[in-house]
Write a protein that binds this ligand. Structure first.
Ligand SMILES: NC(=O)c1ccc[n+]([C@@H]2O[C@H](COP(=O)([O-])OP(=O)(O)OC[C@H]3O[C@@H](n4cnc5c(N)ncnc54)[C@H](O)[C@@H]3O)[C@@H](O)[C@H]2O)c1
Length: 295
């Protein structure tokens, strides 16, 4: 049975990915600062920090591949403490790559659309990386180290630039926040920003499919976008949520988003589609599934 490591196994995407890997017959070494809720005889959890090179070194023994998902994942937190964000995301990714090189393990790195900053849309993988937040910068450093380890040492690396993943298990993000606000007061909704922010949202099962297909069929040293290829405004999301809850609240806007927020994103997903991947879940169904999970 193949042994595979998932860093960040206890997070939103890590939990879903680990389940999928177990279903696919892998033995998974989960590595995270926080405990995992998963229990399976083929799942081994190791409480560890990606900044602890020695622990990573011993934990990765026998793994033929690593899905590297562990990260500081919030833009506002990266603005508050850029150095901590840099350490976890840039240095941490460097550590994972260095240790993977020692073990000859392939690395699939969960990067983000945020690395593109304010980009031409639909954004192709060849678009320049011009992040506007510390989070975007530290994650982009991870992309660069993947390319450097690949070209210098021939390490097998695949970079996946995930747009906005959502769905059951994600207790963060715009959809979750809107549901929570409306749960407290169904008659009134304050939207952060103008409501016109327009982003590419990708359902979690489609995201996990993308990780698996890129792992199996992706070309070494390449980057792939993971998005739906459709962008949706916050106002449109709010309307879908009002329909699900059957409410008509009064809506106001703060007018301004948080610092470092990329207010418009849309992925060109043709590169990953060429590997045989296709997103299946539309935003209406996806939001419905998120709502069911929240109940
Ligand atoms: N969710 C999205 O929409 C999205 C979009 C683009 C990219 N990504 C990337 O995908 C990955 C997973 O995202 P997520 O939404 O599941 O995030 P998450 O915040 O839910 O999970 C991240 C996990 O990493 C762990 N972690 C943090 N620092 C660590 C450290 N020093 N050592 C070990 N573990 C550590 C956390 O405990 C957590 O369990 C991240 O790399 C993120 O940048 C996510």
């Amino acid at each position: 049975m193949s042994k595979i490591m998932v860093t960040g196994c206890s997070g939103f995407i890590g939990t879903h990915l680990t389940k999928r890997l177990l279903e696919s017959g892998f033995h998974v070494i989960g590595y995270d600062l926080n405990a995992s809720l998963l229990r399976d005889r083929n799942f081994e959890f190791i409480k560890g920090d990606i900044l602890d090179v020695e622990k990573l070194q011993e934990s990765m023994g026998g793994c033929k591949s690593v899905f590297h998902l562990a990260a500081q994942t919030k833009v506002p937190a990266s603005t508050e403490n850029p150095l901590a964000d840099f350490k976890t995301n840039a240095e941490g990714t460097f550590n994972v790559l260095s240790v993977a090189k020692e073990h000859g393990a392939k690395v699939v790195y969960a990067s983000t659309s945020t690395v593109y900053g304010i980009a031409e849309t639909p954004t192709k993988e060849s678009h320049p990386l011009q992040p506007i937040s510390f989070y975007g910068a530290s994650k982009a450093a991870g992309d660069m180290y993947c390319f450097a380890f690949n070209s210098t040492f021939g390490l097998d690396t695949i970079v996946l630039r995930i747009f906005n993943a959502y769905g059951p298990g994600n207790a963060k993000g715009v959809m979750y926040d809107l549901f929570k606000k409306l749960e407290r007061d169904p008659t009134y909704l304050e939207i952060i920003g103008t409501g016109l922010q327009e982003k590419d949202y990708i359902y979690i099962d489609d995201t996990v499919d993308a990780l698996m297909i890129a792992y199996e069929r992706g070309a070494s040293g390449e980057a792939y976008n993971v998005g739906s290829g459709i962008s949706t405004t916050v106002n449109e999301i709010a309307e879908l949520i009002f329909d699900i809850l059957d409410i008509h609240p009064k809506v106001t806007y703060t007018g301004k988003s948080w610092k470092g927020d990329v207010e418009s994103s849309l992925a060109d997903i043709s590169k990953l589609k060429n590997l045989g991947w296709n997103p299946k879940v539309g935003i209406e169904d996806g939001i419905e599934k998120l709502y069911e999970w929240m109940q």
